[in-house]
Design a protein around this ligand. Sequence first.
Ligand SMILES: CC(C)(COP(=O)(O)OP(=O)(O)OC[C@H]1O[C@@H](n2cnc3c(N)ncnc32)[C@H](O)[C@@H]1OP(=O)(O)O)[C@@H](O)C(=O)NCCC(=O)NCCS
Length: 169
Amino acid sequence: MTDAVTTARLEVRPPVEADRARFVEFLCDPDFMVFYPVSYTEAQANAKFDHLLALCQEIPFGKQPVVERATGRVVGYTGADYLEVEGRTWLEWGYRLIPECRGLGYATEAGNALLAVARRTYEGELLAVIAPDNVASQKVIGKLGFTFWKQAPVLGDLCNLYTLLVQRP
Ligand SMILES: CC(C)(COP(=O)(O)OP(=O)(O)OC[C@H]1O[C@@H](n2cnc3c(N)ncnc32)[C@H](O)[C@@H]1OP(=O)(O)O)[C@@H](O)C(=O)NCCC(=O)NCCS
């Protein structure tokens, strides 16, 4: 597991058990999970958090909390998780913020910081899966350097797929 990375306004750090309640709250909140085709029960959200704890032991840029330094609040998450798309297991990059922390550039700031960790520890492609009408996310993924690949169905919905080739500097 790696240490936290910090930016001017944010800290991005691996999850710890004390984050569980906040993450379960996030995953069960339809506003937080907007543009996601599946809703979580509390049990499923707990299982997902168990998965993220284990994932971040294995992958230093796994999906992990984004903390707003000024307030100390966990305001979302960013990073990669495994996803099967078209018969291939990808590392899929994602981000979600609480509604009051959207529109501030946090997803790009946190994403760039964690992508720097990926560049030190990983070589290969990352995938992003975005609903075609999610304009904000499409802007963020471009700012992170991903390029449009194609449209394809993922979890039953037609999505825009983007990729980024990560190479060590
Ligand atoms: C998507 C999300 C992570 C973006 O993060 P963010 O830190 O708020 O992004 P930014 O502040 O950089 O804003 C992104 C851009 O989209 C624009 N934007 C924001 N909301 C928008 C909207 N509803 N319609 C059109 N453009 C929008 C912003 O003006 C900004 O434009 P710019 O890049 O030209 O400056 C955040 O909005 C979020 O958590 N949304 C809900 C969850 C989600 O959709 N996650 C991604 C799933 S693929």
